[in-house]
Design a protein around this ligand. Structure first.
Ligand SMILES: Cc1cc2nc3c(=O)[nH]c(=O)nc-3n(C[C@H](O)[C@H](O)[C@H](O)COP(=O)(O)OP(=O)(O)OC[C@H]3O[C@@H](n4cnc5c(N)ncnc54)[C@H](O)[C@@H]3O)c2cc1C
Length: 389
């Protein structure tokens, strides 16, 4: 079917070119359609619905400012009678998601219900966002965005080009005995060893990282397992198990780093088994004191969840990195992240008063600057990180 559409479009381009060469500067849709239908009597066989769609698309492509596709010298008339509505020949293949799905996409930025999809809308190639998550822009065909890609990248694109989704690659079995050690430290349900969890946990959001995921490249070492503790005690138990049985732990938050910071070192560099500790199981705002602008917050909370939670207390942290839908407080502190409102609210290191760092030997308190400024501390169930608002 796709081949017939392409052939139909090619035929329409050829016929339009012939008309133009024959001296017709202004090829209208109706004109082209009539010629396409007539040419069926000769060699070309184009069914009427295909001819109508192809005529509409080819004359539509000649609209000024449309850089993609056939560059026909005769522009489509802008004023006057509008063409009659034409049923779309190339049906929209990417319908907008009816329901919001808050699951993170595996191999690209964002949620699984949201991506940029290319399709013909009213006969013109356009990009459209596949969900309404981001408001009105999700309802608009983004024609200029489509035109931007070939112009900037210097490659020709077709809305019918797709990158098939390949199955996930096989990953090596976790190191012997590791899962049992983890299951002894935390409830078994917190431990994952499936390929998707391990590949994603060991991959950041830099271009090279995402390309690896997209192309299902498993040549880089992945963590043996992912564990997601939900309490400070569980964090400690995993770290003690690591110390006692000789595996290494990499804490991970939103895995939005662009420096491969959450990737495992090669076996040559460090042959120990590696476990990613997903801190997003600790995501509570433990207390907020709006009067002195202090709060105690667990490390795994994402930026958006934190903003929403603080809003309920009438305060804001003012820390809004572009990655805030997924990046976490612990990740911000670890990477010394910066937000777009920095000029007004300061950087993360200016907001943090104390951090509570879990080690295999117990908890370390770290005070930022003058320790006497830390008016109060997180309780026994405090998260790994306390941040001031
Ligand atoms: C689209 C996009 C936009 C971005 N915008 C910005 C921006 O505006 N400003 C900016 O500064 N950066 C930005 N970044 C980079 C990235 O979001 C930040 O570095 C962010 O701080 C990482 O947080 P994370 O939770 O994703 O951490 P991860 O990527 O999961 O981890 C980063 C590092 O922190 C460590 N870590 C994570 N959590 C903990 C914890 N609880 N305890 C101890 N260590 C921990 C990890 O081991 C790792 O070394 C952006 C990235 C992307 C992809």
């Amino acid at each position: 079917m796709a081949a017939r559409f392409v052939a139909g479009e090619k035929t329409a381009i050829q016929v339009a070119s012939l008309l133009h060469e024959g001296g017709l500067d202004h090829v209208t849709e109706e004109h082209l359609l009539q010629r396409l239908l007539r040419s069926q009597e000769g060699k070309v066989s184009l069914p009427p619905p295909l001819a109508r769609g192809a005529a509409y698309i080819v004359t539509g492509k000649a609209a000024p400012g449309n850089a993609a596709g056939y560059d026909m010298p005769a522009p489509r008339p802008q004023g006057g009678a509008q063409p009659a509505a034409v049923a779309p020949l190339w049906p929209a293949s990417h319908r907008q998601a009816a329901q919001r799905v808050d699951k993170e996409a595996l191999d690209r930025w964002g949620f699984s219900d949201t991506r940029f999809a290319a399709q013909r809308i009213d006969g013109r190639p356009a990009v459209q966002i596949t969900s309404r998550r981001y408001g009105a822009i999700g309802e608009q065909p983004l024609y200029q965005l489509w035109e931007f890609f070939p112009r900037q990248l210097g490659v020709s694109l077709s809305v019918r080009d797709t990158m098939p989704e390949a199955p996930l690659p096989e990953v090596p079995a976790p190191a012997a005995g590791l899962l049992a050690h983890l299951a002894a430290a935390v409830p078994e349900a917190r431990v994952r060893s499936d390929a998707a969890s391990r590949l994603r946990a060991g991959t950041g959001h830099g271009l090279a990282d995402i390309w690896r995921l997209r192309t299902r490249d498993a040549s880089r070492r992945v963590p043996d397992a992912v564990v997601r503790p939900e309490t400070e005690e569980e964090v400690g138990a995993v770290l003690r198990a690591a110390r006692d049985s000789g595996f290494a732990v990499i804490p991970v938050g939103g895995r939005t780093n662009v420096t491969s910071a959450t990737a495992c070192p090669s076996r040559d560099a460090d042959p120990r088994p590696f476990v990613s500790m997903d801190m997003r199981g600790l995501a509570q705002v433990l207390w907020v004191n709006p009067e002195d602008g202090m709060a105690c917050i667990e490390a795994g909370i994402t930026g958006v969840a934190l903003k929403d939670a603080l809003q309920q207390h009438g305060v804001t942290m003012g820390m809004e990195p572009d990655s805030m839908e997924f990046s976490t407080l612990g990740g911000w502190i670890s990477t010394r992240a910066s937000g777009m409102k920095r000029a007004r609210y300061g950087n993360i290191e200016e907001m943090v008063v104390e951090v509570r760092v879990m080690t295999a030997e117990g908890v370390l308190w770290q005070h930022n600057g003058d320790a006497s400024a830390a008016a109060s501390s997180c309780g026994a169930h405090g998260g790994a990180v306390g941040g001031g608002t």
